[in-house]
Each structure stands twice: as C-alpha cells, then as structure tokens.
Write a protein that binds this ligand. Structure first.
Ligand code: NCD
Length: 320
C-alpha cells in the first residue's frame, strides 16, 4: 500500500494483514513502555483542515508510539485562513523534508489530489475527506468487530457472514462509505436503514440491502452489529427530517428499542455522539457498546496503517 485513501483500494489480504499487525500494536499498548522504534527518524505531518477530536489525537498517539517525529498543522490559525491554497500549503510542508502526510479535509477528494497531482512525493493517509471516505475508521471498526466476535488475537480471519446494520445519516457519512466497502471485502453482510432523504442516489450500486423501518430491520435482519451514525447537521443545508423528536422515535436507538435487542448484539458509534438523538445513553453506555473500545482500538489500527504504508512491511519484526 503506497497510500491509504479509500477502502475500495484495500484487498482482503491487505485488510487482514493490517488487522493482524494491529493486534501486534495492541500488545505494545499494553506494555509499560508503549513505544516501538519502527518509524524512528521519520517525520509525519498531521494536516487537519476540519475539526476533529478522536481522529487527530489518535493519529498523534499512534505516530508517537512508533517513535516518529510529529508536526501538527491545524488550518485554523495558519495561513490557510489567509487564503493559501491546499497546493501551496502542502508544498510548503513538502519543502521541510517530511516522510508522510495524514490529512483531514472538508472537501471530498482532497487526499487523492495530494497523492495524484505530484504536489508531494510521500505516502498520504486519509483521515476523513468530506462525505467521501474515512478508511482508518472503517479499519478500526472491523478490528473492533473481529475482536469482540472472534476474540482478541483472532489472526488471519475476516468477518465472513457477520451481519452489520448501519443506521442513520448515510448520505453525509464517510464512515458509512468506508465501512460498506471494507465490510464487503471482509465477507460481512451489510444492511442500511435510513430515512429515504438521508440515502445517496447511488445506493442501488452499493453492495448492501436497504430498508426504511428500523424495528422491522432489527427483527428480520437480526444483526450481529448495529452501527449508529451521527446526524451530521453541519453538512445539511436542507431539512432532511421533520424534527429531532421524530427522528429519534423512528430511527434512533432509543432505550425501548435497545431493550428489545439480544444481549449479544454489538452497539457501535464512531463518535461524536448526539445522545438522545441517534442513540440513547442506555445503549451507548451498555456493556454491548464498543464506543470507547473503538477509540482505544483506533490507536492500534492507525499504528498498523502508518507502519504498513510508511515501511511497506506486512509483519512487525520488532514487537516480540
Ligand atoms: C466521524 C468523522 O469525523 O467522520 N468521526 C470520527 O472520525 N470519529 C464521524 C462523525 O463525525 O460523525
């Protein structure tokens, strides 16, 4: 893997190798000294043009645990607010002799521009671009599912036959897109439930089944995993649903709906959560919820992604 821009580019072999490397990385995070020398001497720039809590901190922790030198760049407070273009910003950074870029940008396609236009000649990792993709989120979600369903250390396995229900604002969700492609590659079945207004036009071409009634989908699809998505108000320029109360009643994982689920059904959410809107606290804080595990696993998975993209290795030689 030269870059990590989209989960569509990741083969099953590569995905499983990455999840296996992430298992090694997770064992490093359990140690007293949580550090490997793998990226010593390499400089990585985190370019964040859009707000982020989890993803930004998680990449920084991952880079530091691999002993890389880290430069953090936030668009707010930089010359970007003076109108400097993405190209000029990136070329300025490139002149500083860096070895890799992690980029989050509000425009779908920005990481691909960096990788393809020759503005910079280093690996690019997409940390979320517009409504397009968020590949490391999908990989950490797959890692979390694999660990919970097959046990920690279940190397070599995919997610064959696992039934994943993704619910909510699919239209604006880069998390949903990256998950759909990766889950298909790993052998899972994906069913989507959303208000019709929050589904993209291209949905017929996606490798998924779709319906609009959450209660019926929970009963008939009988998911192993329910992934709730945030309602992304910041990307909505229209009224996509009548009001929050109605959204929550029809498409939210309310306390009542949650209490009807089997105790083995996993509840996932990429965060940040709108409690009381798409997910109730009863569901989010239950033992079935993997919300905080997803955050913890994010560091191991990003260590694996950085390691594989920057060194080209599929196995970690210096862990054991
Ligand atoms: C997601 C994102 O930014 O795309 N969050 C995250 O990275 N953990 C999902 C979201 O914002 O709803």
């Amino acid at each position: 893997m030269r870059h990590l821009i989209s989960t569509l580019d990741v083969t099953r072999d590569q995905a499983i190798a990455l999840l296996d490397v992430a298992e090694d990385m997770a064992s490093v995070s359990q140690r007293e000294v949580k550090r490997l020398p793998a990226l010593r001497g390499k400089t990585i720039v985190n370019l964040f043009f859009e707000d982020s809590t989890r993803t930004r901190i998680s990449f920084e922790a991952a880079e530091k645990r691999l002993s890389a030198d880290v430069i953090n760049f936030a668009a707010k407070g930089s010359s970007v607010s003076k109108g400097e273009s993405l190209k000029d910003t990136v070329q300025t950074l490139a002149a500083m002799d860096i070895d890799g870029v992690v980029i989050r940008h509000g425009a779908s396609g920005a990481p691909l521009l960096l990788a393809n236009r020759g503005w910079i000649d280093v690996p690019v990792i997409n940390a979320g671009d517009g409504t397009h993709e968020h590949p490391t989120q999908a990989l950490l979600d797959a890692f979390t599912m694999r660990r919970r369903l097959h046990g920690a250390g279940s190397r070599g396995k995919g997610l064959d036959g696992v039934k994943v229900l993704i619910v909510g604002d699919i239209l604006h969700s880069r998390v949903a897109r990256s998950n759909v492609w990766l889950l298909r590659t790993l052998g899972a079945h994906v069913h989507l439930v959303a208000p019709p207004t929050l589904l993209p036009w291209s949905i017929q071409e996606w490798p998924v089944t779709v319906s609009f009634d959450l209660d019926a989908a929970l009963a008939e699809f009988a998911p192993d995993v329910v992934m709730m998505l945030r309602i992304q108000q910041e990307r909505m320029r229209d009224a996509f649903f009548p009001n929050e109360r109605e959204y929550s009643l029809l498409w939210g994982l309310t306390e009542t709906r949650f209490s009807r689920l089997s105790e083995s059904t996993l509840i996932m959410h990429p965060g940040p959560m709108n409690r009381g809107l798409e997910i109730s606290s009863a569901a989010a804080d239950s033992p079935q919820s993997t919300v905080l595990e997803q955050v913890a696993n994010g560091v191991s998975v990003r260590m694996a992604a950085l390691y594989m993209v920057l060194t080209g290795e599929r196995e970690v030689s210096d862990v054991h």
